[in-house]
Design a binder for this molecule. Structure first.
Ligand code: ZN
Length: 341
């Protein structure tokens, strides 16, 4: 009997549940709204929906609970992955110290793990995404950057998710890239996220557009800025692609720092693959080609570049597959807590 895993992706808008097989393929998945109003987003109600979605996914897949090995749940906010508790969540303001792993586990009658979305995405890409699409034996080591509003990361090393001694491993968003640089919300200065997230890439452009009338007239982003009051990272990509010099300059600054971060990853763990995921990776080759260009240009002269930098492949399924994947990983390592623990 081949084993199955349940992946639960708890987002601000939807709860997704998927039954995933041993190869990382989704047999069936369901998506239900997380809640309709702030009061509807209490831990009690949302957890009820998560459990319901889990049972629906199993029904749809025709896989009974006895064939399920474990469930992986993605944490929606600040949490202790080890203890299974979500302290607070920006999307779920009513949540305080919720024992999410224990409650979902009890409700479904399955052993469960709690994981953050970047770690899960890294495992998912290693298991069933970019890392699984290579010729020859499976990769051992893969690092993943999530490039969205913030910059996150996940590391699979020798086929296992690396969480670190205190759960803070693989946090590239707060690597200090520019000594004495821009202040970051975390309290440090010059963090990668402060330059390379979608939010700060856009903010850098907006600050320069505010300051210079000449720039607003010279750049095609000027018209967007005048009309909308600000530009987004998606605007920057569109205008850079069509050759606007200013948009290209901003985009290139982001890609260059990301490339330097990739070089640092290589000198730390020497992975076979670095995956770029998250909203900004929708820029596709326009992102990965520029990052690769700077990666090669700044790489040391001792050896040729080793790691391949590629785009994520799982897209919207990354959450469900990654969550199921970390449950499988925990089962293989023999570290699954008991039901309700
Ligand atoms: Zn920071």
């Amino acid at each position: 009997m081949s084993p199955f895993f349940l992946g639960l992706d708890l987002g601000g808008t939807n709860v997704k549940a998927g039954v995933v097989n041993e190869q990382g393929g989704i047999l069936a998945q369901v998506s239900v709204p997380t809640g309709s109003s702030p009061a509807d987003l209490s831990a009690e109600r949302v957890i009820g929906r998560i459990i319901e979605a889990g049972f629906q996914a199993m029904d749809k897949a025709g896989v009974g609970r006895r064939k399920m090995v474990a469930v992986g749940v993605l944490s929606p906010g600040q949490s202790s992955l080890e203890r299974g508790i979500v302290f607070r969540s920006a999307n779920l303001p009513l949540w305080r110290n919720v024992a999410l792993r224990q409650r979902v586990s009890r409700g479904l009658g399955l052993r469960a793990v709690l994981e953050n979305d970047a770690n899960a995405a890294a495992y998912g890409e290693w298991w069933a995404g970019a890392g699984s699409k290579t010729a020859g034996p499976r990769l051992n080591d893969l690092f993943l950057f999530t490039l969205g509003t913030g910059v996150g990361g996940g590391l699979v090393y020798e086929g296992k998710v690396v969480r670190g001694s205190f759960g803070f491993a693989a946090e590239p968003g707060h690597w200090i890239m520019i000594p004495g640089g821009e202040p970051c919300g975390c309290g440090q200065h010059g963090c990668l996220e402060r330059y390379c997230s979608a939010k700060y890439t856009a903010q850098r452009a907006n600050q320069r557009l505010v300051r210079s009338r000449t720039l607003r007239q010279r750049s095609t982003l000027g018209a967007v800025f005048e009309k909308a009051g600000s530009v987004t990272s998606a605007d920057i990509v569109v205008h850079a692609k069509s050759g606007d010099v200013f948009a290209l300059e901003i985009w290139d600054e982001t890609c260059r720092l990301l490339a330097l971060a990739c070089i640092n990853v290589c000198h730390m763990i020497d992975p076979q693959m670095i995956v770029l995921a998250g909203g900004m990776s929708q820029a596709g080759r326009f992102l990965v080609d520029r990052v690769n260009h700077h990666f090669k240009a700044h790489w040391w002269k001792m050896t040729r570049p080793t790691a391949r930098i590629v785009l994520a492949r799982l897209g919207n399924d990354a959450g469900v597959i990654g969550a199921a994947g970390v449950a499988k990983d925990a089962a293989e390592r023999g570290v699954l807590p008991g039901v309700g623990e």
